[in-house]
Design a protein around this ligand. Structure first.
Ligand code: NIG
Ligand code: ZN
Length: 412
């Protein structure tokens, strides 16, 4: 099956030769072709170029994209889309003056979601989660990482990971699965951290590996959650089961966690709202990418990841949504890109690089996703007619997406 998109006003993120990620000053460059065509064969990109070189063929389907921008789908490398219920009451509690930390200390926060999840059936969790997945697909996301972490029991964690697996089987979007048993200490382990970490390592991990339920392992490395030493035990154990780390770190405090993650060759370090010069030094020349989550900063009013400081240091940066019930009840990557421009002072070129090719790298998908490159999956966003692609972050409240393609098929 051939689909030919013609008269594209501007085709963004074209990479003749694939790159796995872009760093520092390279992020300011977003290669593009004006007045372009793009040919899809089955589920993959088969050719692209200037309209003057458009092949004279009779494809099964032609899409006229006159006035419109075409770009690779968003690659959202950090979400918690699978959860039960909501935390609307905590949202109102924060408006009334409580902090995220105060709410967590009262047994709210992650433990609140864990209680709901353990009381909810697998089928019901699937039904609630699929609506969120369908919504982000409509919003242009073509690859997504989804974490467990609201089970915090053997059964609860397995239940979440099975839901993620079922979503991956039933939807055309690429899904990577991350085991986040080390998201918080359940109340009964508050005074005995070692016992909960033993449970993760000796009970949860072997079952998850046996059922092949996870691609990555995660932990919440933070004051009051998992210490550097505790997280190192988790990362080490993950490695024994073939799971590379993607770690929540430096959301509220900097406690030398990033250096430990780099030491363990983590694929990504995520959040980084608080970043020291030592953290930046640790990331230099590593294979670990930083992932910023600006919608979380927006929603719970914490600092934004210092993107300029990191790009000036030559580091790569990815952007992701962090879609979860507590700190970010939104998976809209268009808002993430706009907020990165508006609040983190990233240029539109930098933000789009961060949300496509670098997002793909942050979940191990940069060989197949994140750029317009021959052989990659034809996961595309076709916008409404726009003045320029700057309109995407500029008109931050508008839905500017007209069509979404996944694996070469128009699905929204
Ligand atoms: N910080 C840790 N985990 C999530 C929030 C979890 C929650 O509050 O439910 C995050 O990435 O923001
Ligand atoms: Zn998160």
């Amino acid at each position: 099956m051939q689909t030919l998109i013609i008269n594209i006003k501007e085709l963004l993120q074209v990479r003749e030769t694939n790159v796995d990620k872009v760093s520092g000053s390279e992020m300011a460059i977003l290669p593009s072709i004006k007045n372009a065509f793009l040919l899809i064969e089955d589920d993959a990109i088969a050719a692209f170029g200037s309209m003057t070189d458009c092949p004279k063929i009779n494809p099964e389907k032609t899409i006229d994209a006159i006035g419109k921008i075409v770009l690779p789908s968003w690659c959202d490398s950090h979400t918690h889309i699978v959860y039960a219920g909501n935390r609307e009451q905590e949202f109102v509690d924060r408006i009334n003056g409580l902090t995220y930390e105060e709410i967590a200390n009262r047994g709210g926060g992650i433990l609140n979601s864990a209680k709901k999840l353990n009381e909810t059936s697998e089928e019901e969790i699937y039904n609630q989660s699929k609506k969120r997945l369908e919504e982000v697909i409509q919003q242009g996301t073509g690859a997504v990482e989804i974490k467990s972490g609201y089970g915090l029991t053997v059964e609860g964690e397995l239940k979440m990971l099975r839901v993620i697996k079922k979503l991956a089987q039933n939807y055309p979007i690429a899904i990577k699965s991350t085991f986040l048993g080390a998201h918080a200490f359940p109340i009964e382990f508050k005074e005995n951290h070692a016992a909960y970490i033993d449970l993760i390592i000796n009970e949860m991990l072997p079952k998850i590996a046996e059922e092949k339920l996870a691609d990555y392992i995660d932990a919440f490395l933070e004051t009051g959650y998992f210490s550097v030493d505790e997280t190192e035990r988790i990362m080490e154990a993950g490695k024994q089961f073939g799971l590379r780390s993607k770690i929540h770190v430096n959301q509220f405090t900097a406690i030398n966690g990033i250096a430990a993650c780099v030491k363990h060759n983590a694929l990504s370090v995520d959040h980084l709202e608080i970043v020291t010069d030592e953290d930046i030094e640790a990331l230099k020349d590593s294979e670990t990418i930083a992932v910023a989550l600006p919608s979380c900063s927006y929603f719970i009013s914490i600092p934004y990841t210092p993107a300029r400081k990191m790009l000036n240091a030559g580091l790569p940066l990815a952007l992701a949504s962090d879609f979860n019930p507590g700190t970010t009840p939104s998976g809209n990557m268009n808002f993430v890109v706009a907020t990165a421009c508006i609040k983190m002072k990233m240029t539109p070129e930098e933000a789009i690089n961060a949300a496509t090719i670098n997002g793909a790298y942050a979940m191990g998908l940069s060989k197949t996703h994140g750029s317009i490159t021959i052989g990659k999956k034809a996961n595309l966003i076709i916008t409404k007619p726009l003045n320029s692609f700057y309109e995407l972050p500029y008109a931050f409240g508008s839905n500017l997406i007209e069509q979404v393609l996944l694996n070469g098929k128009v699905i929204a």
